[in-house]
Ligand binder design. Sequence first.
Ligand code: ZN
Length: 507
Amino acid sequence: MKENLANLKKIVRELYLLEHAQAVLSWDQETKMPEAANEERSEQLALMEGILHQKLTSPEIGRLLSALGADEDRPEGKGDFSIEDKAFVREVFRSYKRAVKLPESLVTELARQTGFAHSSWIKAKNNSDFSIFEKNLEKIIELNREKAEKIGYKEHPYDALLDEYEPWMTTCRVEEVFVPLGKKLSKLTKEIVKAKQVDTSFLEQAYPVDIQDSFGRTVVSSLGYPFNRGRLDLTEHPFTTTLGSDDVRITTRYEEDLVLSGLFSNIHECGHALYELGMGDAVRGNILSTGVSLGVHESQSRFWENMIGRSFQFWEYFLPAFKKAFPEQTQGVDVDTFYRAVNKVTPSFIRTEADEVTYSLHVILRFEIEKAMLSGDIKVSSLPDEWNKRMKSLLGIVPKNDAEGVLQDVHWSAGLIGYFPTYALGNLYAAQFMSAMKKSLPQMDEIVSKGDFGTILSWLREHIHQYGMVYPAGELCLRATGEDLNPDYFTSYLDKKYSNIYGLRRA
Ligand code: ZN
């Protein structure tokens, strides 16, 4: 048993190193690579992908897994191992099973079709014409249906797809959470729309990009982002990528007239990076040393971005420095005005620009549509109508065209079905983690207003980060908070915060 485990670890360590080498190539492609190098770089990346797939599906891994007694009923195997080693076997089994169940022809076909779909999506979006993308999307849905069948599921084909991004979560459970959540958020949004609106005029000015950058770097450093274990660079779309145990890089984007957008992107990506950099010694350097699910990952970015970064106390601490950086733009602005402005709520069409209250409604809409497309309950051709109908009922607004409606996200063209729910699950986990944190740190408001972010990071490290993938998301949540995922923490957090900001009447 011991020897089989050691051999499995050796092979999987190589997979881990190769994945990070691949991440270096991708990071460079997005940030530094000269434009002309793109074609060969794509070939290099495709080759790496192939090598990784071959290595992961090698008969040797299959042989070692069965020697360790891992199967569908006991993915962690039969060895008398530590919790970490059992989790290691379980996670290798999971990845291996998913990879071998998908025939190479299907993987190649999906890659080919997403190539076509991506360019037709760009064309459709630029012309705001869904019909240009329709046939490609139909093909992608069909291939995803096939993928779900090959992987297998108990209740809904969507389960098989969701499982890739949010392991052990089911469609049924997501539905159970999303239906009441949608109702509560719609109701709160409608109340806010009718209330007196907040003043954001001081934000609608030019904020020089170089000063935004130095302020942004100061903020992420204060939150605990170590620049000797990472970098901050500029890209079209902000992201975080792990290149090694001590190399987690973030990117951002600044615009002169959108000062908050860049700053909150910095904080968001910093939250993802702190998770990846917070792995404990027991998981360091192997496949367990990463976020356990995309939902939990997103909980870390959203926690820092919204629950800390958009709190009153955060701006009690940072406003003096912000005003010093931008004295003319912020003349006469006090903490209260600033706090209200960074928490402005407006129903809008674009998910990525949505505020804390309406954001999850955009996600719920996409989840409903994906599920219905997959089961054939709605036809791809009727998507623009279905989209607009749901926007009207959830957010009370109807997009003027497909570009600001059904065509806005890149995910479907990239073949990603089952990914969206993780964004909203992140909000829910974040609020539940914060509530537990406040129980063990009752003086949390004071901690934030003093800028003592190390105390907060330590709590996250102790209860979440250090474990990596050792505990499945549900179990991690239970251990950290004493409860299963409970959406009430999020809705009551929002209700308390926004009824105060917007002066909504509460019994
Ligand atoms: Zn994120």
